[in-house]
Ligand binder design. Sequence first.
Ligand code: IMP
Length: 441
Amino acid sequence: MPVTIVIGSQWGDEGKGKIVDMLSDKIDIVARYQGGANAGHTICFDDKTFVLHLVPSGIFHKGVTCVIGNGVVIDPVALMEEVRTIRELGFEVDGRLLISHNAHLIMPYHKRIEEAIERARDDGAIGTTGRGIGPAYVDKFARTGIRVVDLLDRDVLRKKLTISIEQKNTVLQSVYGAEKLDVDAIIDEYVEFDKIIDPFVTDTTEFLCRSHAEGKRILAEGAQGSLLDVDFGTYPYVTSSHPTAGGCCTGLGLPPTAVDSVIGIVKAYSTRVGNGPFPTELSDGVGKHLASVGHEFGATTGRPRRCGWIDLVALNYASMINGFTELCITKLDVLSGLSEIKVCTGYRYNGKLSRRFPSEAETLTSVEPVYESFEGWSEDISDVKRVADLPATAVTYLRFLSEYLNVPINTVSTGPKRVETIVSASEGIGAVFSNSTNTVG
Ligand code: IMP
């Protein structure tokens, strides 16, 4: 059975949590492959809202095994808190949550260093989530990181931590003039995690490859969004991992040949949290409509998200690097009530029209978006279950997106609840809009 990757196509917060939760009905394993507790995956069911930061969104489906892969950086404090909450909600975690022994750990000094770096950047700050993600990946690639497997041997952990914290203290004090960390306090806290984390730790790569060979259905869950990828995103205003499709293989240890489909989650408009270029950003009444109707506040930090029109130049780029086999459009309901909807189809740069996405921040800051305009709709569409019952103008909008990107749209989300979703085929996912089959209209 194939592996399906679910990816955010924009700057994150596209609503992946809901879609992974929905798809979890039909799969055996959900595996998270990158990022850390910077992510916030929101899931609504039984009239309640849950936000997961580290544990994959499949955990609320009893038959699903959840994997935190080697590519994730784990904050043990945040993880244990999340596990406690999931248990309190009545969901079993033992035997259902597997953590890679090779995943790296976020330590208190990563957050402190990040804070100091962001402060020193001043106007050029990235606007990170403050979860220590960047410095943890720096340590991973500098080969000075602490891994989950290190927690299991107290003596090794003590030795590695002492060296690491002493080095960090030198940097914190001499470079950033920040306070020193208490070596003993950190060691005492972290050695306690071995007991708690031990039952979950395993060789997840071996588990995933074996499960794949046995025909289990695996869903690889990306966090953040493609335009925040450290290589392909709007560098340096990016996260420090690979939320794109390529990250799935290195972040889980599954071979590329195992991957069969890549679902791009696309919000019906654009948002960005943190700093960095955002060509279609709106600071007018429409921007305010999107922010307030879409409840656009970060699920992790509570920061207001910047809002703007959908950007097909950026999405075409995301589709190119991820190889989307289908799209899921989320938050279409948020556009209800707007008389006009704009779609960015090109950039004007140095007087010339271009359809290329310049991921380098300096150029992207200077482009002027070129829009096509569509008629809006006023109807509340949250109860709509079939494409045929959507307002004609909404159908035109969706068809345009699918045709421009040349990828079928198979799912349309019209509200945060599981039921507020249009899926075309009764057997799960079938094409709602497809260029080849043109199933609508
Ligand atoms: P970091 O991942 O905390 O290092 O933050 C780097 C950039 O990625 C900042 O602009 C953050 O706002 C953004 N970012 C990180 N995680 C998310 C997310 O889950 N959704 C949206 N933006 C994110």
